[in-house]
Design a protein around this ligand. Structure first.
Ligand code: HEC
Ligand code: HEC
Length: 323
């Protein structure tokens, strides 16, 4: 009897130990892998959100289809570059620029660039070959982005489908040193922080900077943005026969002073529906990357609104579709 009990007890202990060991094994190996996959997926998801919906990298670096409202990207062209930005679109662009190929294609894209070289281009405006990039590429803004946000964008770019597309060189009518603005660039982004989302206005300023709202919405005078009228609107863009002037988005009565948060959100969120942009707008088109911004979270849009309420009101009545 005693012997049977001992054997039974030993059997139970062995079974329990085997069971525990198998649990342990499962939970330690699988969950460690899962965790790593999870955090990589999260980084790429964050990078995709920023590149597509906030910093609009993909909007400028793909083909834009202006036969539709607000020039949504042509599916399949994501990151492949080649779209033209020139003085016919906006006088302040002194020549012809092309969105570059930022897919991982090794010959015509970023496939042969190191992460440091990509980081330098995005935050310092220096291309792999040492050329200074024209500041239409908003590196002066990205110079203030938190490093983990930048790294997530770089991680995401590597997941793009490689597109073989050799983009032509830019042609500038002035030396690059005369291009706007003579940007103040920090030599390193290591000290940049992303404000807490609870600090709504500061966080909103961060998102507004990343989304580059200021460039189009601040009038250029003799090729330089007039910062005394920041966000006061007044730049006229040409898209074929359409002429559209950027709005005054300061809290003045001639701007969006009377807009509620709801009205502001709706300006963007309505384009989440395809039918809102998938039509030919004739001569009432827009250059604002609304289809990209439409994917911004409600809370990020609310933060932009909160920030824009705090900036200096500029009195400037804009006619959006001048004759
Ligand atoms: C407003 C349009 C616009 C936005 C937004 C934009 N870019 Fe650019 N980018 C450009 C243009 C135009 C150039 C080429 C400038 C030149 O030729 O001087 C460029 C150049 C670059 C280059 C250098 C490539 C090369 O071959 O030299 C990289 C890398 C790049 N952009 C990445 C990004 C990333 C990443 C983002 C988002 C965080 C971004 N861009 C957002 C327009 C834009
Ligand atoms: C590429 C240029 C461009 C960029 C970038 C841009 N906008 Fe605009 N925006 C325009 C133009 C042009 C208009 C006028 C046409 C319209 O109302 O849709 C406009 C209109 C608006 C309006 C409507 C105001 C009114 O009085 O009807 C709001 C609000 C606005 N922009 C906010 C923003 C915010 C916020 C950002 C950044 C997240 C931004 N814009 C980025 C060009 C731009």
């Amino acid at each position: 009897m005693k012997k049977i009990l001992v054997v039974a007890a030993m059997f139970l202990i062995t079974a329990a130990a085997t069971y525990l060991a198998s649990c342990n094994n499962n939970s330690s190996t699988i969950s460690a892998e899962d965790k790593a996959k999870d955090s990589i997926a999260k980084v790429i998801e964050r990078g995709s959100y920023l590149a597509n919906n906030v910093a609009a990298c993909i909007h400028c670096h793909s083909k834009r289809d202006f036969t539709k409202y607000a020039g949504p990207n042509t599916p399949g062209s994501e990151g492949g570059g080649g779209d033209v930005f020139d003085h016919n679109i906006l006088d302040a662009i002194p020549g012809t620029l092309y969105g570059k190929n930022i897919t991982p294609d090794p010959e015509t894209g970023l496939g042969s660039w190191t992460d440091e070289q990509i980081m330098r281009a995005i935050t310092q405006g220096i291309s792999k070959n040492g050329d200074t990039l024209f500041p239409l590429m908003p590196y002066a803004n990205f110079n203030r982005m938190a490093k983990d946000d930048l790294l997530s964008i770089i991680a995401y770019l590597k997941t793009l489908k490689p597109i073989k597309n050799k983009v032509p060189d830019r042609q500038l009518m002035i030396p690059i040193s005369m291009a706007y603005p003579a940007p103040f660039l920090q030599p390193s982004v290591d000290g940049n922080t992303r404000p807490a989302e609870t600090d709504l206005v500061k966080y909103g300023e961060y998102i507004t900077t990343m989304a580059d709202c200021g460039t189009c919405h601040t009038a250029f005078v003799k090729g330089q943005p007039d910062m005394s009228k920041a966000f006061g609107g007044g730049n006229t863009f040409h898209i074929g026969d359409t002429r559209v002037t950027s709005a005054n988005i300061t809290p003045d009565s001639t701007g969006i002073g009377a807009w509620t948060e709801d009205m502001f959100l709706k300006k963007f969120t309505m384009y989440r529906e395809e039918k809102a942009h998938n039509y030919n707008p004739g001569n009432k088109n827009n250059v604002m990357p609304l289809v990209s911004y439409a994917g911004m979270t409600d809370s990020d849009l609310k933060a932009i609104y909160a920030y824009l309420r705090t900036i200096k009101p500029v009195s400037n009545k804009v006619e959006k579709y001048p004759q």
